[in-house]
Each structure stands twice: as C-alpha cells, then as structure tokens.
Design a protein around this ligand. Structure first.
Ligand code: AHM
Ligand code: MG
Length: 315
C-alpha cells in the first residue's frame, strides 16, 4: 500500500509544491471528519450571511473555509489564498511561494440531503499574481466526500486517486486514471432548457434521440448537482459535464467559477486524456479578469466534448 506522503515524495516536483498538496489533503481529511458528524454536532443550515457571489453561506461552508485557512496558515510555502467564501484574496505575511485557489465545500446545496459534496483546489506560483491562466497551474485536486472520501490529484501529467482510511490517511487506490474517450452519459441541469443556446440544445437533442438520431447510440442522463460528484463519475466511467453559458447566466459569464472550479477540474480532466472547453475556447487558456470570475464549463470524454465544440463551431 502506498500512502499519500510516500506517493508525494516519489513525484518529480518541488517538495514545497508537494507540501502544498499535502496541506490541502490534510484540510480535506479534517473536513471529511466534520461532515460525517455534522448533523449530530448541529452544524447544519445557513450561516446567516451571504458570500461575495450573493449566495447564502451554509454553516459548513464557513467551517470548511476556516479549516482550509488554518491549514494554509501553517504551511510557510503558501502566501496567497483565494476562496469562494472570501471576497478578497488573503495574503499571508512571511510565507511565500505558492497560491491556492479553492472552493472549500462545493455542492453545499446537497448537504441537507446527505449527497456527495467536495473540496476543489488549484495551486499556482504566487509570483504569477492572482489572475493566471489555468495552464499555469502547478497542481490541482479535489476531495469527494461520498460513501468513501476520494482525493484526486494531478501535477498536470497524470491523475491519481486516494481513499481516506479509518486512521485518517489517504491511501493510493488508482493511478494513471484515464477518462474514457467515448461515453453514453451526459450531465446537465435540464430544468434550464428554456435558457439554452442552439449548440447546447442541438447536442442534448441528439443525445435524447439516442440510437434513432445522428449520435447513433443511446444515452443516459446523470446529474448529482455537486460538480465534484459529477466530475468524479466522469473520471471513473466517462461522460460529459455541462454548465454552458445560457440566456440567464450570460450576464454573469456563466455559473461556475474559473479559478477554483473550472480550472482545477479542467487540469485534472485534461491530464486524464479528456477535454475541457467553454464550447468555443479551451478553459485552461482563459485569462482571468477577476478572482471570482464565472465561465461556461463543458468537460469530460474527448469525443463528447468534440461533438459539443462542433455544435458551437456551427454558429
Ligand atoms: P456552489 O459552489 O455554490 O456549491 O455551486 C456550485 C454547484 C456545482 O457543484 C454544481 O454543478 C452546480 O453548482 C449546480 O448548479 P444548479 O443548482 O444551478 O444546478
Ligand atoms: Mg462550488
């Protein structure tokens, strides 16, 4: 058995960068422990305030953010933290080297129903400033708090999956994960159909037509509503995740956030051989304009992503 510390020590990366990933793993293990007992501890419901996105924060959003803040404050290699839950970037004095961008608790609307949620993070060279392209990411990962807690990591070349054991250690359970090139599963919030653009509607209509349409095969739709859970399914058995630009989200640029949702997931999916696009541009090539910028997100199996890009190329 290989644990996370052993695996990190064997990676051909700066040990300080490895320590940043270890810090986020430790924060995730602590969040997993809190989530498991939260209903007993009364850590449920709303925190009573809204974040910069205008979204009501849950008590566990705030607790998870505090856990990440504490862990990062203890690692001298991290000088900047960008979090979904914090309006401004946090700068740590006397610390240096790396920046972490994180969604400490993604999918928190699923907390009350005991459905998988997650932590997503991106690691960059702090010297590059707050607004760097996703292609500059040095590492990315997410923890999925489901029946098991999975930690998925990449330094941009390959993707490894760890599982949290009863002693609180992450054990390597899958290495060199590849996203299936083709798939018969797609994930999109179909209740938004009336807002969709022609490309999204065209692609989904083809899937719904299944073997009777131009796609020539049958599709299933799966939508957890936690990006981490939907992406984890795609990593394990293929598929495509879509939160495209639609007529309602267009004024905001999209629904999901570039720095700590789209970019880390794009790095992971591309490192596993999949695609990640807005429909018109590679996500990792976008130059951010703000730390909480939103973007359209389409990622997963290469053939499916190419089909969606084909629809966008039509008009
Ligand atoms: P959050 O970061 O506030 O939890 O929002 C992100 C979530 C994603 O996990 C999920 O894919 C999406 O928002 C669901 O959005 P919607 O409720 O519009 O379907
Ligand atoms: Mg989120």
């Amino acid at each position: 058995m290989t644990n996370l510390a052993q695996w990190l020590a064997a990676q051909p990366v700066d040990p300080k960068l490895a320590s940043v990933v270890a810090t986020m793993a430790a924060a995730s293990a602590e969040i997993a422990a809190v989530l498991r007992l939260a209903p007993i501890a009364g850590q449920t419901g709303l925190a009573g305030h809204t974040n910069v996105q205008g979204e009501a924060q849950k008590a566990l959003d705030v607790i998870s953010n505090d856990i990440v803040l504490n862990h990062i404050g203890e690692n001298p290699a991290i000088s900047i933290l960008v979090s979904e839950e914090l309006d401004e970037a946090v700068h740590f004095e006397n610390q240096g080297g790396f920046m972490v961008a994180t969604d400490p608790l993604d999918g928190s609307s699923n907390l009350d129903v005991n459905v998988t949620v997650g932590t997503i993070f991106s690691v960059l060279d702090a010297a590059g400033g707050l607004l760097q392209k996703g292609s500059a990411q040095l590492a990315a990962g997410y923890a999925a708090y489901g029946p098991a807690t999975s930690l998925v990591l990449t330094f941009g070349q390959s993707v490894a999956v760890f599982t949290l054991d009863a002693a609180g250690q992450f054990v390597l359970t899958l290495d060199q994960v590849r996203v299936a090139v083709s798939s018969g599963e797609y994930a999109i919030n179909t209740a938004r159909e009336r807002f969709w653009d022609a490309a999204t509607k065209g692609y989904v209509d083809e899937n719904v037509a299944g073997e009777t349409g131009p796609a020539g095969k049958r599709y299933n739709m799966r939508w957890v509503g936690s990006m981490v859970a939907d992406i984890h399914r795609i990593l394990m058995r293929g598929g495509i995740f879509m939160y495209p630009l639609d007529s309602e989200t267009v004024s905001k640029g999209g629904r999901l956030r570039l720095l700590y949702e789209a970019n880390p997931m794009a790095l992971i999916v591309e490192a596993a051989g999949g695609g990640a696009t807005t429909g018109r541009e590679r996500i990792l090539e976008l130059l951010p304009t703000g730390i909480h910028q939103r973007v359209p997100v389409i990622l997963g199996s290469a053939e499916e992503v190419a089909r969606v890009e084909g629809w966008y190329a039509k008009g």
